[in-house]
Design a binder for this molecule. Structure first.
Ligand code: LLP
Length: 430
């Protein structure tokens, strides 16, 4: 089922026409389909139903409390990378014993929060962090469950900025150093070493690199077990790609087949941490055309969304399909446009060379597959408030984040007293 489809000439989300939402709530506007999120989670759960697998949703992909509520209701846990994400997950009703805490820079305060909450495990990224977790647990009179994050030296075929498993990336512990650290962790009485963690990158659309990482995980597990070091749990990370243009990412069934082949009979619990694969195609960004212009032989559609609303194209040259909200007739003229935002930077391009009808000012476009790493990476740059967010669930519509007024953006800014005197040229400087 695709939640976004033309009906009666209008692009709809579930049962609701997007144009009516833009009319009521303004643009730019993020709109999510609750049922699409549920469908994606259920597809993964179904494919892995016979396996000892638990899913911990990578909160960073879309941390909105309403999204986390859906995740919690589907019985999925959370993969978090900060104290803030742990607090969000707990606030949304995800039980502490379903929360994993990863990330390369956990502060003492965040570690304490995780220990006190009683989370499922800390994914440890360095020897120093292991010692700190042990010391903090000792001070609290607790035992902290930990897994060691391994850097398997695998270059995932994805954008360089979102590959994490290469030697030289800041993440994890080099493969060769894992056995010694594993033995060290076993010797610490205030940590409970439960296993290993791997995550080689994001938006991986081929099966082979994932399988390579999983093979490395299995080999390491077997090596450690042979030397008397038990591994009960493997957290195999996230990174499952989605279709933005014409990619053909592996289906959950294909992933499950490989997992079955590699881990059957090994008596190991598995965790996966998908973020994007659960939420990306459940979101669209609605934008309105402000101006159409031609310049130096190029045609621009200037819209009210931009790199401040959706950073992925500017940061990773990411492709997001852009479609008119009013369905064009097959015979309608189409021209090549660069779709750009209002921000004063040349990197503020949402899509180059897009074939679109010559839309007039006021027309609406939808930017697709923005449910992951969309709103969460948005900013108020250029004092343009971040978009409002809506959740559609069948015929129900809820505002899940209000748009702020430009004045609200500076309401919490403080001007020091000494600047409050009369201004103007020269001021009171002698
Ligand atoms: N687990 C770990 C340890 C991670 O670092 C990440 C993502 C995930 C799971 C979830 O990965 P996913 O299943 O969503 O691919 N902002 C970038 C993506 C950054 C991903 C960072 N880590 C983007 O917009 O493409």
């Amino acid at each position: 089922m695709t939640p976004f489809a033309y009906r009666g000439g209008e692009l709809c989300v579930e049962e609701v026409p997007l144009a009516t939402l833009a009319e009521r709530f303004g643009t730019p506007l993020y709109v999510y389909s609750a049922n699409r999120i549920r469908d994606r989670i259920r597809a993964f759960k179904r494919a892995f139903a016979d396996l000892p697998v638990r899913f911990c949703y990578a909160v960073k992909a879309n941390p909105h409390l309403a999204v986390l509520r859906i995740v919690a209701q589907e019985g999925v846990g959370a993969d978090t990378v900060s104290g803030g994400e742990i607090e969000r997950a707990l606030a949304a009703g995800i039980a502490a014993e379903r929360i994993v805490f990863a990330g390369v820079a956990k502060t003492d305060e965040e570690i304490r929060l995780g220990i006190e909450a009683g989370i499922l495990q800390f994914n440890v990224e360095s020897p120093g962090e292991l010692e700190r977790i042990a010391a903090l647990a000792a001070a609290l009179g607790r035992v902290a469950p930990v897994a060691l994050r391994v850097n398997p030296d695998i270059a995932a075929p994805t954008h360089g900025k979102i590959a994490t498993g290469r030697r030289g990336d800041k993440f994890g512990i080099p493969l060769g150093e894992v056995p010694a650290l594993f033995a060290r962790a076993r010797a610490l009485s205030t940590v409970d070493l439960v296993g290993l963690h791997f995550h080689i990158g994001s938006q991986i659309t081929a099966l082979a690199p994932l399988v390579s990482a999983w093979e490395r995980a299995r080999d390491l597990l077997l090596d450690l077990r042979r030397s008397g070091l038990p591994v009960q749990r493997l957290d195999l990370g996230g990174g499952f790609g989605v279709r933005y243009r014409d990619e053909e990412p592996p289906m959950p069934e294909a992933l499950a087949r490989e997992v079955r082949r590699l881990f059957d009979g090994l008596e190991v619990e598995l965790i996966f941490e998908p973020g994007r694969a659960f939420v990306a195609d459940a979101g669209v960004l609605l934008a309105r055309v402000i101006e159409r212009k031609e310049s130096a032989g190029l045609r621009f559609l200037i819209v009210d969304a931009g790199m401040h609303t959706l950073l992925r194209p500017a940061l990773y040259d990411a492709f997001h399909a852009i479609v008119p909200v009013k369905e064009p007739a097959a015979a309608d003229e189409r021209l090549v446009f660069d779709v750009v935002g209002p921000i004063c930077e040349s990197s503020d391009v949402l899509g180059r060379n897009r074939l679109l009808p010559p839309l007039d000012a006021g027309a609406l476009v939808a930017i697709l597959t923005v449910g992951a790493y969309g709103a969460t990476m948005a900013t108020d740059y250029n004092s343009r408030p971040r978009p409002a967010e809506l959740l559609v669930d069948g015929s129900r519509v809820a505002v899940i984040r209000k748009r702020r007024e430009p004045r609200e953006l500076f309401a919490d800014e403080l001007v020091p007293d000494w600047l409050s005197g009369p201004g103007g040229a020269g001021g009171d400087v002698p």
